[in-house]
Each structure stands twice: as structure tokens, then as C-alpha cells.
Design a protein around this ligand. Structure first.
Ligand code: HEC
Length: 181
């Protein structure tokens, strides 16, 4: 009787150990957990639902955009890159601009891979590409936003007043600043 009891205990201890081992092996086999924080973090800065594709985009980018007239091309941005200016630019870029927000083509993180980018040739500018962007002046950006790039998918935004366009230009510059993602 006593013997039988201890044999039963041995079996149940063995069973518990086996379950623990199984759990540990399964845990390792399943790989690192998809942590809540991690997934949200990735989403946060790599784009959100319906905001296009993640990643850094194509860089350097072939650029054959028409050049703005000299006087406009050489015009510096008259606004200070204050928080208000950048916030204004961000709101316009990400949603407020009519009829389509810039992010639809240029991507929420400026990488040129927005949801409407597929099939556009030439592709939307990747504002995160320092190599290409450093050759493009503020005045040039201004001019293309106002007038579009004829023969490409880039529409003209005639309804934006100067101030709003300059706000956007400051915001676009942010994408290619080191450390900004
Ligand atoms: C329907 C798609 C689409 C939308 C919406 C769009 N763009 Fe573009 N954008 C493009 C394409 C395509 C190009 C590439 C044009 C080219 O290569 O000449 C481009 C190019 C540009 C350039 C590059 C100018 C240069 O000289 O290199 C700027 C700046 C720009 N877009 C700003 C904006 C801003 C700001 C908005 C929103 C107010 C916007 N775009 C909305 C498609 C779009």
C-alpha cells in the first residue's frame, strides 16, 4: 500500500517534469514573443494601416523633374522651422491637403511608397533619400508642389497658399535629417 502510493507519486512528479520540459522546448521552438510593445513600435514608425509600405524606399532615386525658374529655385524658405511650422506641414502632408494627401503617394514616412505609388512611373520622390534630396533646393520643392510635375503622377496644388507650401517644405526636409525616421 505504502509502496503503491509512492510509485503513484513518482509517476505524477515525472508527468509534471515532462510537461515543464515540453513547455520549455515549445517556448524555444516558437521563437521570441511578438511583444505588444514591439509590434506597436514597429507600426508607429514604419507606417500604419493603409499608409503604404514600410522600409527606406529606393535611394538614390533617378530624378528627371523639370527645373524651376532660377529666381524661384534660389529662393530660401522664408519661414523658421519652428514647431508650429513643422506641425502645420505635417498636418497638410498627412491628411489635410485636398484632393489627395501627399502621404497617399509619398508614404506616411516620406519613403515614396504610399498606397498609390504602385504603378506610378516615375515613382514619387523618396524624401528620406538624402543623396537625392540634397540636390533639390527649397525653392524647387515649392515650385513643384504649386505647379506639379507635368507628365508624371505629381499633381499641382494650386489652392495651397505660399505659407502652407513653405510649411510643407520644412516638413519634407525632416525626412532626410540624420536620426529622423
Ligand atoms: C498622386 C500621387 C502624388 C500625390 C498625391 C503627391 N505627389 Fe508629389 N510626386 C509624385 C510623383 C510621381 C513625383 C515624381 C515626379 C517627378 O519625378 O518629376 C512627385 C514628386 C514630388 C516632389 C519632387 C520635386 C522635385 O523637384 O524633385 C515634391 C517636392 C513633391 N512631390 C511634393 C508633394 C507634396 C508636398 C504633396 C502633397 C501636397 C504631393 N507631392 C502629393 C506623386 C504624388
Amino acid at each position: 500500500m505504502v509502496q503503491g502510493f509512492s510509485r503513484q507519486r513518482k509517476i505524477s512528479v515525472g508527468l509534471i517534469l515532462a510537461l515543464l520540459m515540453f513547455g520549455m522546448i515549445a517556448e524555444v521552438w516558437a521563437g521570441p514573443p511578438m511583444g505588444h510593445g514591439r509590434r506597436h513600435h514597429m507600426r508607429d514608425y514604419r507606417g500604419h494601416h493603409g499608409q503604404g509600405f514600410a522600409g527606406d524606399g529606393f535611394c538614390p532615386q533617378v530624378r528627371a523633374t523639370a527645373q524651376a525658374p532660377d529666381d524661384i529655385r534660389n529662393q530660401p524658405n522664408p519661414l523658421e522651422p519652428s514647431r508650429e511650422t513643422l506641425y502645420g506641414g505635417e498636418s497638410l502632408f498627412q491628411g489635410d491637403v485636398q484632393p489627395v494627401a501627399c502621404k497617399i503617394c509619398h508614404g506616411a514616412n516620406g519613403n515614396g511608397l504610399g498606397i498609390m505609388a504602385q504603378g506610378l512611373n516615375p515613382p514619387p520622390r523618396n524624401f528620406g533619400c538624402q543623396e537625392t534630396m540634397q540636390e533639390v533646393s527649397d525653392g524647387q520643392l515649392f515650385w513643384i508642389i504649386r505647379n506639379g510635375s507635368p507628365g508624371t503622377g505629381m499633381p499641382a496644388f494650386k489652392d495651397l497658399d505660399d505659407r502652407k507650401i513653405w510649411q510643407i517644405v520644412h516638413y519634407l526636409r525632416q525626412f532626410s535629417q540624420p536620426g529622423k525616421k
